[in-house]
Structure formats: structure tokens, C-alpha cells
Design a binder for this molecule. Structure first.
Ligand code: BDP
Length: 711
């Protein structure tokens, strides 16, 4: 007997210690350990009525069964008799007879929404469409995974935004631009025959958070993906994703007619060029009838575009839009452009370029705008384009991959950043015109709405390199579906599904996550500093750089430190970028005394002795912020250490080691930046703070020739 109990103990011990490698993401479906909860669920979820028979419904049914079997640790029975079942899943068209009237209007659910209802007798998941059912099933599983009561459910859930898309910056050679999680998950070499299980799990994960589109290729595009051989590979992926409600999109290289079509021009107004794209679209749609369309980076950072032919962005976008329109496709045209030649403040360039084109785009074109005017910096004011183009659907481009946010060595939870942007009032046409209301079409009644996130996914076993990178993928999807969810709520869900429902673990991990964004802003770019990272790889601080390829690639262009002070004057006395905003927004940033300090140096050149709200001078405040950022990173580290017994060994250790790197990198940012800015302020770093452990020359001398993600 004793021996047996020892064996059982050992088995349990090793089970707990078995590596959790992170592959299963938030879809772990391990048996619920809370016995009371398990008992309730077991009573509530018995026999299931779930007529399937279409690829989407089959996928949903399969997910539900395997999810429930894992969570409840029992075999689940299905029954064709609705009245014998306690869990009923059906589309409107297949509602079983004799069902009590449901308090829902199917019209309200649209094409993707779902409704979940529970009474004493049964739980119902219903929708207009198969895809709605798929989303409803995932939501139901989430309720179980996060330990929620199934009593009196009355949930109507409909996405606010139509196109919820991941952008992969993946190259055909499998390198990933700004990818920090291994190489591309698309193995082009073995496609189309070889279907990696990862493609299916990728689709499941996306469907579980409502993502319904994926751009497979880098915006710095390669025309080859549009050739027959590659299109067959793309088709294979599209076939895998379709049952999960996900459409594929490709980046279109504007010069493709020349490169693979052997034409002498790519002029969008040339008839032969138009015919080439029309034929290309036809070819694609013959293979992939639900192909989503194209994403285009044109005339930006060396990419070809219509301006090479003295045509406008609208000319270029419309030509492609016409090619895909007969098949219901869309074109996502990126607003991330800034001219090589123009001496204009880079902040202003996208607006100057696109605002005059409002109203000139076809109905199936969306303009994809990065959240800020520069480039995914730790904290940016919102792009002045939001709200400024009532006749052109603007879609959001967020960056999930942490190019400027600690890459994959740092735990930075991005939901607070996404929320801050979406909730910003643009004041266009008056108060309450939030960015969210711009992009969901509420404000200007856009016919199409969209949101994109630059993916952080690679072929690393845990998908995202840093185990907490998964939370950013998850948060993007959840907010794309419903931007009203709070960052805390999303973290709570994610932690419970990814780790466990242990109260202490959830509370502590949530604290870590929610403090991480502000901590990072403070130790990298406090008070509105921006673009002061290393050149090329963008890893680490380098505010001293003056020799990058062009003026507006240099950190000194952005921080403008001198003996007087710090920051970029974008008011009327400077570049006047402020004038691009609506009056309410201008008001916010106009006066150096009332500008929110988080954005101060974005808009003002502020004297070193300027009195901040805290009573400290600008210089002292800078020292304070950098130090509080480092201190916060250390707190995150201590908090994580308290969780040793509550997290599986493998992920505990991984995160622990990464947090040590994060603290090191935070101190490095602080030391390097303060030493450098000190050469202008000529003021000491107050004694109460930890003093830099090296000289400025030391920090300037650091080089990272093989830092990841740089092509
Ligand atoms: C920048 C990246 C660069 C991308 C570019 C883009 O450094 O690699 O190609 O954005 O969005 O942030 O096109």
C-alpha cells in the first residue's frame, strides 16, 4: 500500500513538473482542478445536440468535443434528439422544433455574432452562420476555462470591426522582418503538400479570439508570391484556414507586372498593366474563391509605387481595387509613407500625402494607418489622420511584435497601449470622436471597417519567443472583436487559460502585466521622447546616432537635445504638426504648461529647468522617470519570483531568466540615455538614484551585429 501511494505521489509530482512548453497557448483544456466547479459543470454539460456537416461546423464541433473532454475529463455524448440534450448548438436555419422562444433577434447577430443562453434545463449556443457558431463555441469554452458560472447566461456578442487581421512580415526565405520568435511558420518549401499541424493550431488560436484574416507575407513584398507555384502554396494554407473563418491576403508588390509579368511598366493607368492585374486577380480567385485581397506598401522606404509614374496613391490603390472588386476582395493601402526627398517633419508627411485624397478611393479600399504618426514608438500621440478622412475607411495598424517594445526579451503587455490609442478622442467634429469610433465606422459610416496587427508569431515552440508575447496576440484579437474589454479583463482571461485559475497567480501575474507598459515607457522613452533606439536592429538605446541613412532616421532628429533643453517643437513656432489635429486636440498639446506630460517632448522643446507638475525640473523629472522605470522592472521580477510553486517549472524559469534580462536592459536604457542627455543638461544625476555603472563611451561602443529581426 505504501509503495502504491509513493508511486502515485511520484506520478502526480512528475505530472506537475512535466514541461509546459507553451505550444498550446490559451487553448490548453486541461482538466478543471477546482472540484466544486468541475462538479457543477459536469451536471450542466451532458449530452450535446450539435448537428454539423459543413467544414466550419465540423471544426467547431471538434473543438467543443475535445475542449470539453479535456476540461471535464469525460467522454462527451452527442445526440440527434434536441430534447434529450443539455447543450444545444445550432444555426438559425437549423433550430430544433419545440424550442422555447429565445429572447434574441437574429438580425442583431449579423454574420459573425453569436448568442449564448442558459436556463435550468439547457444551454444554447446559436448564430445566423456557421462562423457565428464557431465563435460562440470558443466563447463557451473560454467561460469554462476561466471558471465562470454557467447559470443565467444571456450573452449576445457581435464584433465591432469587420476585418480583424494579422499582418505577417514574413519573407519567402522564412526570415521574418521584426520577428523575434524564430523563423516564419510558413514553410514554403514543403507547401502545398505538407500541412504542418501548426497551421491548424494557428487557425484554431486565431478563431478562438475572432481573428478572421491573415496577410501571409511581408509588406516589403516579393512579387514571387504571386506566381503560380506560390499561389498553389497559398491555396493550401487558405484551405486549412477556411474552416476556421479565416481568409488569406497577400502583399502585392507594385512592380510585380515588371518583375514577374515581364512588362516594361507598372504604371497604374496603363491598360496593359491593368489587364495584367485583372488576370492575376482572376487566377488567384480561381484557386482561392474567398481570397481576401491585397495589402500594399507603396512609395515608402524604397518600395515601388504609383508615384514612380507620377500617379497618386489613389490611382495605385484603385487599379488594384478594380482587379479584386468583382470577387468581393479589398485593398488595404498603407499610409506609412514618408518621402526621402522632403525636409518636412516626418510626423506630418502621411497626413499631407493622404488627406487631400479623401474621397478619391474606390469603395473596396481601406487606408491602413499606424496608430501613431511616426512608427510604433513606445508611446505616440494618435495619427492625425484618424477622423480626418470621413470619406475613406481608415483601418488601424497596431504592432503586436515588439519591435520598439523590448522585442522578445521583455515582458510588455500591450493591451494598455492599444486601449489608450482606441480611447483617444480625436475631437473631429466635436467631443467624443474616439479613434475606436473612427475605425469601427460609427463616426463616418464607413462601408468597410478593419484593424490589423503586425504578428509576433514565429516557429519557436511557444510561437512568440517570450511566453508573455502570447498575451499580446490574444489581446489584439479580443480587442479587435470588442474594444470595450478592459486590459485587466483580458489579462485575467489570458492568465487563467494560459496558466491556471489559482487566485494568487492570477492576481500577481495581472499586476505584472498591467504595470509593464508604463514601466517600459519610463525606462526607454519617458515624457514623450521617441525614436532614440539603435539603428537598423532597433535594439537598445542610441540617442546619440547622427549618421543614419537619412536625417529622419536619426535619433537626434527626434529628441533635439541642446544646451537649452529637450524635445521637438511641433507647435506653431516649430514644425506646426499640431495644426493637423482638430482644434480640441490642438488645445490638448498647444501649451507647454498644460500638455499631458506623457506627450510633452513630442510637442515642445522644453528647457532643462522647466518646472514639471511634480515640482521637479525637467532634468530631475527625466532622472526620476528613468529610475522609476527600472524600479518597476525590478518589482515585476520580484513579483514573478513569488510564483515559483504556482507555475510549471519550464515557463517559470523561462520568464524568470527573461525578467533578469529585462532588468538589465532597463538599466542599460536608463544609464545610456541619462549619460547622453547629461552632456546637454550639464546637471548631475541626483544622488538618491543608482548611478550609471559605465561611461557614455562604453554604451556608445556596444554593437549588436546579429540582433534579431533585422532582415
Ligand atoms: C518599421 C520597421 C520596418 C518596416 C516598416 C513598415 O522597422 O522593418 O518595414 O516599419 O511598417 O517599423 O513598413
Amino acid at each position: 500500500m505504501k509503495r502504491w501511494s509513493l508511486l502515485i505521489f511520484l506520478l502526480l509530482y512528475f505530472r506537475a513538473a512535466i514541461a509546459e512548453d507553451g505550444y498550446r497557448l490559451w487553448l490548453r483544456y486541461d482538466k478543471i482542478v477546482n472540484s466544486k466547479l468541475l462538479y457543477t459543470y459536469l451536471n450542466q454539460v451532458n449530452t450535446i445536440y450539435f448537428p454539423a456537416g459543413t467544414p466550419v461546423l465540423d471544426a467547431a464541433r471538434q473543438e467543443l468535443l475535445s475542449g470539453l473532454e479535456g476540461l471535464l475529463d469525460k467522454k462527451i455524448n452527442t445526440d440527434n434528439n434536441a430534447s434529450a440534450s443539455s447543450l444545444l448548438i445550432f444555426t438559425k436555419a437549423h433550430a430544433p422544433l419545440n424550442l422555447p422562444a429565445l429572447a434574441l433577434k437574429y438580425e442583431d447577430l449579423g454574420k459573425e455574432g453569436f448568442y449564448i443562453n442558459s436556463t435550468k434545463r439547457s444551454i444554447i449556443i446559436t448564430a445566423n452562420t456557421d462562423t457565428g457558431i464557431l465563435y460562440g463555441v470558443f466563447h463557451f469554452l473560454r467561460l469554462l476555462q476561466t471558471g465562470q458560472s454557467l447559470e443565467h447566461l444571456d450573452i449576445t456578442s457581435v464584433p465591432r470591426i469587420q476585418h480583424r487581421i494579422l499582418n505577417h512580415w514574413d519573407n519567402l526565405n522564412r526570415s521574418v522582418e521584426r520577428g523575434y520568435a524564430g523563423i516564419s511558420i510558413w514553410n514554403w518549401h514543403t507547401l502545398p503538400e505538407y500541412i504542418d499541424q501548426r497551421y491548424i493550431d494557428y487557425a484554431r488560436a486565431n478563431a478562438s479570439i475572432g481573428i478572421n484574416g491573415t496577410v501571409l507575407t511581408n509588406v516589403n513584398a516579393n512579387a514571387l508570391v504571386l506566381t503560380k507555384d506560390y499561389l498553389l502554396k497559398v491555396k493550401a494554407l487558405a484551405d486549412v484556414f477556411r474552416p476556421y473563418g479565416i481568409k488569406v491576403y497577400l502583399t502585392a508588390r507594385f512592380s510585380a507586372p515588371i518583375e514577374i509579368g515581364k512588362l516594361s511598366t507598372a504604371d497604374p493607368l496603363n491598360d496593359t498593366v491593368k489587364a495584367w492585374w485583372n488576370a492575376k486577380a482572376k487566377e488567384i480567385y480561381q484557386l482561392i474563391p474567398d481570397f481576401g485581397g491585397f495589402l500594399v506598401k507603396a512609395n515608402s522606404e524604397g518600395q515601388p509605387g504609383p508615384q514612380s509614374y507620377q500617379r497618386t496613391h489613389a490611382d495605385g490603390a484603385n487599379m488594384l481595387a478594380d482587379a479584386v472588386a468583382p470577387y468581393g476582395g479589398i485593398v488595404m493601402w498603407r499610409a506609412f509613407v514618408y518621402s526621402n526627398a522632403s525636409p518636412e517633419d516626418r510626423f506630418k508627411q502621411a497626413y499631407n500625402e493622404f488627406k487631400p485624397l479623401d474621397g478619391q478611393f474606390r469603395a473596396n479600399v481601406l487606408l491602413q494607418v499606424k496608430n501613431g504618426p511616426i512608427d510604433f514608438q513606445p508611446r505616440e500621440p494618435v495619427s492625425p489622420l484618424f477622423g480626418a478622412m470621413p470619406k475613406t475607411p481608415l483601418m488601424m495598424e497596431f504592432q503586436i511584435t515588439q519591435e520598439y517594445l523590448g522585442q522578445s526579451t521583455q515582458l510588455v503587455y500591450e493591451a494598455p497601449l492599444f486601449k489608450e490609442v482606441l480611447e483617444t478622442d480625436t475631437y473631429q467634429g466635436g467631443k467624443g470622436a474616439t479613434v475606436a469610433r473612427v475605425i469601427d465606422g460609427d463616426l463616418h459610416h464607413y462601408p468597410q471597417t478593419g484593424i490589423a496587427g503586425v504578428a509576433n508569431i514565429g516557429n519557436d515552440r511557444n510561437w512568440t519567443g517570450h511566453p508573455f508575447g502570447q498575451a499580446n496576440w490574444y489581446a489584439f484579437g479580443r480587442l479587435a472583436w470588442n474594444y470595450e474589454l478592459s486590459a485587466a479583463q483580458i489579462a485575467d482571461e489570458w492568465i487563467k487559460q494560459t496558466f491556471s485559475c489559482d487566485t494568487m497567480l492570477v492576481a500577481t501575474t495581472q499586476k505584472i502585466m498591467l504595470s509593464s507598459y508604463e514601466a517600459m515607457v519610463n525606462y526607454m522613452t519617458p515624457l514623450g521622447l521617441h525614436h532614440i533606439m539603435g539603428t537598423g536592429h532597433h535594439y537598445g538605446p542610441a540617442p546619440w546616432i547622427t549618421n543614419a541613412g537619412r536625417p529622419d532616421w536619426n535619433p537626434v532628429y527626434y529628441h533635439r537635445a541642446d544646451t537649452v533643453g529637450l524635445g521637438f517643437d511641433r507647435t506653431a513656432s516649430g514644425s506646426n504638426a499640431l495644426a493637423q489635429y482638430a482644434p480640441g486636440m490642438q488645445q490638448r498639446f498647444m501649451d507647454v504648461h498644460t500638455t499631458p506630460e506623457a506627450f510633452l517632448l513630442w510637442f515642445h522643446h522644453v528647457p532643462w529647468n522647466f518646472k514639471m507638475k511634480s515640482g521637479r525640473t525637467l532634468w530631475e523629472e527625466l532622472c526620476y522617470r528613468y529610475n522609476s522605470g527600472v524600479a518597476a522592472a525590478k518589482v515585476m521580477q520580484q513579483q514573478w519570483n513569488t510564483l515559483e510553486r504556482r507555475v510549471d517549472k519550464e515557463r517559470f524559469k523561462q520568464v524568470q531568466m527573461l525578467l533578469a534580462i529585462q532588468v538589465k536592459e532597463a538599466s542599460w536604457w536608463r544609464n545610456a540615455c541619462l549619460l547622453y542627455f547629461q552632456t546637454f543638461s550639464k546637471m548631475p544625476i541626483p544622488r538618491q538614484y543608482e548611478q550609471p555603472d559605465h561611461t557614455l563611451e562604453y554604451y556608445k561602443g556596444l554593437h549588436f551585429p546579429y540582433a534579431p529581426g533585422n532582415g
